[in-house]
Design a protein around this ligand. Structure first.
Ligand SMILES: *[C@@H]1O[C@H](CO)[C@@H](O)[C@H](O)[C@H]1NC(C)=O
Ligand SMILES: *[C@@H]1O[C@H](CO)[C@@H](O)[C@H](O)[C@H]1NC(C)=O
Length: 523
């Protein structure tokens, strides 16, 4: 039972990686850092080839996650290539993402074990069901955002806090220290906002006498210092800037200097009114029920709720800043769900409770289906470049210019399949001398005048008829725009129930439009 539940969690996260293999601009720093470590190695003379030096201007972020991910992926590739030979760099991107998803899946599986120990087997099964029927956590945990690296220690810390006997009134002192240590590391190295979780956790541990103030200070100082030394040493080297502590720089840049407000300011309640409901779906009301029923859930969620209250003070809000909350709330939700399924079935109330839970999970499934459908269609740049690489695989000396939209919606370095650098074996069976040109802000006229460019992956709205004399369209790639509710459903019911039901099935229409076009220069 427990191994199959683990397997399902792994497979679900891997399914999302394989169904949506491409990445967006938010993921690209860590994805390209992983690419560069894998392809060029970490010697000083290789650094000149790194993407953050070729395209400077990015806000510094840590390399620690990417370096570890690259080294682990290299081992996984060596093993996997014994079974099936790889030739296309895009397979490396998939492997890298499978590894990251796997680490996060392991965290969830560990957590499930702790839930089973503390709250019982049924609650742990419901935890898995709720997690699987939500969208964001599973879809994103294989994407190379700094937050998804931070999620690994964050889930381990939650595991430490939950893992104890059902009736024990406190976590062991060692586990509290480990949790604080892990979260301190995560906030120093990966995501500074997690410091807002360390604080409330430490206060709770002291007030409830899980451990002493002296111990909290000792653990915090020790892990904090080690983490600062690690990130400063590693990141000063990779950024060639001494001394550099990327997360501190980010806090300075975004919070103290007010730059994050430039990304948009949301009202105080946004995390509670928009982001949490979207991340949790029906686990939101269920976790409230769990907290109502069980004091263990209340004390588990208290620091997490405090975190959200604290981070709400920052004007700029994004769902990924609170993704670490989802597993904790799912534990509460699983507890609430367990209560619903264990009401005596011979009473009307018991049957209604059970049906309520079934309905709530069905709502999750429906929402996740919509989220997934739209997300799969949301990477036109990756789809266009992948198709392009195959379409012209018989031609040498292709020089393709990739537009901004394409670069931001999936045309990552791993999709430069037919151009160096190559790992051994990846240069076989296709051309190796293409140029993928991502120079920004070139007008179509300038691109047309620049005769070395043979192909374009261009944005459709940018086209005008004057330049189109020089190019012939080869293929068009569309992307997701939104959902539309078909207004004819009501009318269809008037002509008959059968027609009405059929219309209902097609009522939600996915809107797509043409985003990118592949152009080849007329000879
Ligand atoms: C391209 O244009 C955008 C918007 O005008 C600007 O923010 C960006 O810095 C430009 N990029 C380059 C490389 O000039
Ligand atoms: C990309 O195209 C522009 C415009 O023709 C050119 O100036 C630039 O050198 C090209 N970049 C590469 C890497 O060839």
């Amino acid at each position: 039972m427990s191994t199959s539940l683990d397997a399902i969690v792994f497979l679900a996260s891997w399914m999302y990686v394989s169904l949506a293999p491409y990445t967006k601009v938010e993921e690209s720093f860590n994805l390209h850092a992983t690419h560069d470590v894998l392809m060029y190695g970490v010697q000083r003379e290789s650094l000149n080839h790194y993407d953050h030096f070729v395209f400077p201007g990015a806000v510094p972020r840590t390399f620690i996650g990417s370096v570890l991910l690259a080294w682990i992926s290299r081992i996984a590739l060596a093993i996997a290539s014994k079974l099936t030979p790889f030739h296309d760099k895009v397979d490396i991107q998939v492997m890298v993402r499978l590894m990251l998803a796997g680490f996060n899946a392991s965290g969830l599986c560990l957590l499930r074990r702790a839930i089973s120990r503390r709250f019982g087997g049924p609650t742990s099964v419901l935890f898995v069901i709720l997690t699987l029927t939500q969208f964001h956590l599973l879809f994103w945990m294989g994407r190379t955002l700094p937050n998804m690296f931070a999620l690994i220690p964050a889930n381990l810390a939650l595991y430490m806090l939950v893992d104890r006997a059902p009736n024990s009134t406190r976590p062991s002192k060692e586990n509290v220290h480990r949790a604080i240590g892990l979260l301190t590391f995560a906030s120093v190295v990966f995501r500074a906002e997690l410091a807002l979780l360390v604080g409330p956790l430490a206060v709770q541990a002291i007030v409830r006498q899980y451990t002493s103030i002296a111990n909290v200070v000792k653990v915090g100082l020790l892990t904090g210092t080690v983490s600062v030394v690690a990130t400063v040493l590693v990141d000063s080297y990779f950024w060639q800037r001494w001394p550099l502590w990327p997360e501190l720089y980010g806090v300075y840049f975004n919070v103290l200097d007010g730059k994050s407000a430039e990304w948009g300011v949301s009202p105080y309640h946004t995390y509670f009114s928009a982001h949490l409901p979207k991340l949790l779906l029906s686990a939101a009301p269920l976790s409230a029920l769990g907290a109502l029923l069980d004091s263990r859930i209340r004390s588990l969620l208290a620091p997490y709720l405090t975190f959200i209250l604290l981070i709400s003070a920052l004007g700029h809000k994004e769902w990924r800043f609170i993704i670490y909350m989802v597993p904790a709330f799912n534990i509460g939700a699983a507890r609430g769900a367990t209560w619903l399924v264990t009401r005596p079935k011979n009473s009307l109330f018991g049957r209604l409770s059970f049906l309520t839970l079934v309905a709530l999970i069905a709502v999750n499934c429906f929402a996740t289906f919509l989220f997934a459908r739209s997300s799969f269609a949301n990477y036109p740049g990756g789809a266009a470049l992948y198709a392009f690489n195959r379409m012209f695989a018989s031609e040498d000396n292709v020089h393709v210019h990739i537009s901004n939209l394409a670069a931001q919606t999936g045309a990552s370095l791993f999709l430069h399949s037919n151009a160096p650098p190559f790992l051994p074996g990846f240069d076989a069976g296709h051309p190796t001398n293409w140029v993928y040109n991502k120079t920004e802000n070139l007008s179509l006229r300038a691109l047309t005048a620049s005769k070395q460019i043979t192909h374009l992956i261009a944005e459709i709205p940018a086209l005008d008829s004057a330049v189109m004399d020089s190019w012939s369209p080869v293929a068009v790639v569309d992307g997701f725009d939104g959902w539309r509710l078909d207004r004819h459903v009501g009318q269809a019911f008037k002509t008959g129930v059968g027609d009405g039901l059929k219309a209902l099935g097609n009522a939600l229409v996915m809107l797509r439009s043409e985003k990118l076009v592949i152009l080849r220069r007329k000879s």
